[in-house]
Structures are given as structure tokens and as C-alpha cells.
Design a protein around this ligand. Structure first.
Ligand code: GN1
Ligand code: MG
Length: 361
């Protein structure tokens, strides 16, 4: 039995495993689709524990959040629960996580059938649905105290921390790459105040920490294949205390522009107005009347903030010699950084439009 089949065999999978194929998605974990003879399909994942340092704590977060959402859906009499919230498949020892002798951490989810992730070139309705789904997800979790979850990656979207890490990487220049990214380093420095703003609002008590998803790329929500209705929020590894502007921001960052995050033709990296509006309307409708005033108004700066966080992280990783993200060629992180810096400028231009929707501060 090969190593993957051996891992899969240790989970409470129903039926005989027919195949285990890699799914090429994400920069962090390793993901496989497990097909069985005539029973459900599954998603098998190796958690990157160099990045997620506390996999058992992470899985406790996931179980708390999924059971909270599931019980609300059940209480509301919603059908099709298995397609509306992720379901952790336990190991044969009835644990949510399997640790191998080599020290790897594995977990299994039920595959959500007859759905598709929202693609880069999504239609406006698909983008609206993504917004609705992520807004709804935040609203479902609003009565769970943020302090009940651990930070799976401490200070993940913490602007000052990301900025300091970038400055330190630029000074150390361990990979000898600083000369090849002077313009990007300068652009990042120019955006310092945008990067430091949200943490000041948290520290001053102007914005509350809630339970947020923190990786609301549009392909982290699944839509029904037939109706295109938002069904299930996935990739729950970074669900932890955070700001709603981060979730809204990452959704717009990834759906307003049709180009991929590593597109090198920067003329294609554009924020399209109808796409920004579709995401904003969906997210606002999904939140319902959860937030108002300063918090609602803060959403307008979320998109450019999140693009800047990503640009800074990609640049830092490039300067550090590609130690964090998976890359496919040597300048990949620099390409991603340039792409995201262009998007920061594009999304800053959209801020007045978003203020018209959410109000200004
Ligand atoms: C990483 O692996 P993936 O695609 O789910 C990253 C996100 C970034 C994203 C950029 C834990 O997510 O923060 O937005 O790459 N996740 C982590 O594409 O660092
Ligand atoms: Mg992710």
C-alpha cells in the first residue's frame, strides 16, 4: 500500500478507496481528492505544520465553528446540511486529526458534491453569491465569542507586524535579491499608513475583533452547480479573531480583478466597477443588520488593505528566498508582489465608490 493510501485507510472513510489524486490548489497545504467505489468522495489534506504550528488547536477551531453553523442551520430547518457546512471525517481512533510516525498531520473532509468554487472570471451573479455566502458566514458566527478560538497563525493580518517583517527582510537581504526589487520596496514603503491603520483602530477600540475567516478568496466558497447559490465556505484553517474589513477586502481583492494573482501583464490587473459592486452588495446583504457606523464604514478600505498585505508578504518571501509560499519559478513571488501592488492602486481608486455603499468614516 502506498503512503497516501495508508493514511487514508486510517480515517473513517466509507467504502473502498478507488483513487487518491492531488488537487492543485493553495500555496500552503497538500490536498488530495479521495474517490471511493460507490460511496462519497473525500478531501484528504496534509496540514503544513511549519505554518500552522498547532494543528490540534486549529482542528478544535474548525470543529467549534462547523458545529456552531450546523446547529444553526438545523434549528432553522435548512435541508442539505452536508453541502452547506464542512464535515470533518474522524480518524478510526475517532480523532479529527491523524499524526503519523513521521510527525505529519492529516485530516479528511467530506467532499461537497455538485458545487464549484467561484473562479477568477466569475460572473457578477457568482461574485454576488460569494459575497452573500461570506457575509452570511460571519453573521452565523457573530454570537460565538472571538476569544473562544485560538489564533492559528498569530497576527496573521497584523499590518505593523507584516511591515516590520518586510523592513527586516529588506535589511538582511539574505537571498541577495534587494537590488532586483528596489521599486517594489519603495512602493511598499509609500503605503505605510494604509498598512498601519487597521491595527490602530483595533488598539483604540474603534473596531471590534469578531470571528472571521481571514482567507476569503473567492475560490474558498462553493456554489451549487445548478442554481449558483452560495452553499459552503471552505478552507477554515485561518478562521480566528479578525476584522470584517479583512474578509470583505480579500473577497474584493480576488473577485474584482479577472486576472490571476500572478498575472505578469499588469494591464490586465484592473478592478472592474461592476465586480466591486457585486461583491459589496452580496457581502452587505449576507451580513444583514449585523454591523453599522464605523465598522460598516471600515469595509471600504478593506480591499486595498488586503492587496497591500499580500504584496508585502510576497515581497518579504521573495527577499527571504521563498521560504513560505509554494513557487513555480524563481521570480514567482516578485511577480505576485507586482501584481498585488498594481491592485492596491486600483482598489484605492474604488474606495469612494465603496464609501457610497457603506458610508464613510
Ligand atoms: C495562502 O494556500 P492558500 O491559497 O489557501 C495564504 C493566504 C493568501 C493566499 C494567496 C495560511 O492561501 O493568506 O491570501 O495564499 N494562506 C496562508 O494566494 O498563508
Ligand atoms: Mg487558505
Amino acid at each position: 500500500m502506498d503512503a497516501l493510501a495508508n493514511v487514508a485507510a486510517q480515517f473513517a472513510i466509507v467504502g473502498h478507496v478507488a483513487s487518491i489524486e492531488p488537487i492543485v490548489a493553495g500555496h500552503i497545504n497538500d490536498t488530495y481528492l479521495v474517490t471511493t467505489d460507490d460511496s462519497p468522495r473525500y478531501v484528504l489534506q496534509r496540514i503544513n505544520h511549519r505554518i500552522f504550528r498547532d494543528p490540534p488547536g486549529l482542528m478544535r477551531n474548525v470543529q467549534l465553528v462547523t458545529s456552531h453553523v450546523r446547529s444553526k442551520l438545523a434549528a432553522a430547518g435548512v435541508s442539505d446540511l452536508a453541502r452547506r457546512v464542512l464535515e470533518v471525517v474522524p480518524s478510526r481512533a475517532d480523532e479529527p486529526l491523524l499524526q503519523t510516525e513521521q510527525g505529519e498531520f492529516w485530516r479528511v473532509y467530506r467532499f461537497v458534491e455538485q458545487t464549484h468554487p467561484v473562479p477568477n472570471n466569475a460572473s457578477l451573479n457568482e461574485i454576488y453569491q460569494a459575497g452573500l455566502g461570506f457575509g452570511w458566514f460571519a453573521a452565523q458566527l457573530s454570537d460565538l465569542p472571538a476569544s473562544s478560538l485560538i489564533e492559528t497563525i498569530p497576527r496573521f493580518h497584523h499590518g505593523p507586524r507584516r511591515y516590520q517583517a518586510f523592513l527586516a527582510a529588506a535589511t538582511a537581504d539574505v537571498a541577495g535579491r534587494a537590488d532586483s526589487c528596489r521599486a517594489e520596496m519603495e512602493a511598499t514603503r509609500c503605503y505605510e499608513s494604509l498598512l498601519l491603520g487597521p491595527q490602530r483602530d483595533i488598539d483604540a477600540g474603534r473596531l471590534p475583533l469578531r470571528i472571521t475567516h481571514n482567507d476569503t478568496k473567492c475560490n474558498n466558497i462553493l456554489l451549487d452547480d445548478t442554481t449558483n447559490e452560495a452553499m459552503c465556505v471552505i478552507d477554515l484553517d485561518t478562521v480566528m479573531p479578525g476584522l470584517l474589513m479583512w474578509d470583505f477586502g480579500d473577497l474584493v481583492r480576488t473577485s474584482a480583478c479577472r486576472a490571476a494573482e500572478d498575472e505578469t501583464d499588469l494591464a490586465l490587473v484592473k478592478a472592474e466597477v461592476p465586480r466591486v459592486e457585486a461583491a459589496a452588495n452580496g457581502y452587505r446583504d449576507g451580513l444583514g443588520n449585523l454591523i453599522s457606523g464605523t465598522e460598516l464604514a471600515s469595509l471600504a478600505s478593506g480591499p486595498s488593505y488586503m492587496a497591500l498585505i499580500m504584496a508585502t508578504r510576497f515581497l518579504t518571501d521573495y527577499l527571504q528566498g521563498d521560504i513560505y509560499y509554494k513557487i513555480h519559478h524563481p521570480a514567482h513571488n516578485l511577480d505576485r508582489c507586482r501584481n498585488q501592488l498594481k491592485l492596491v492602486a486600483e482598489l484605492e481608486n474604488e474606495r469612494p465608490r465603496l464609501e457610497a455603499i457603506f458610508g464613510s468614516r
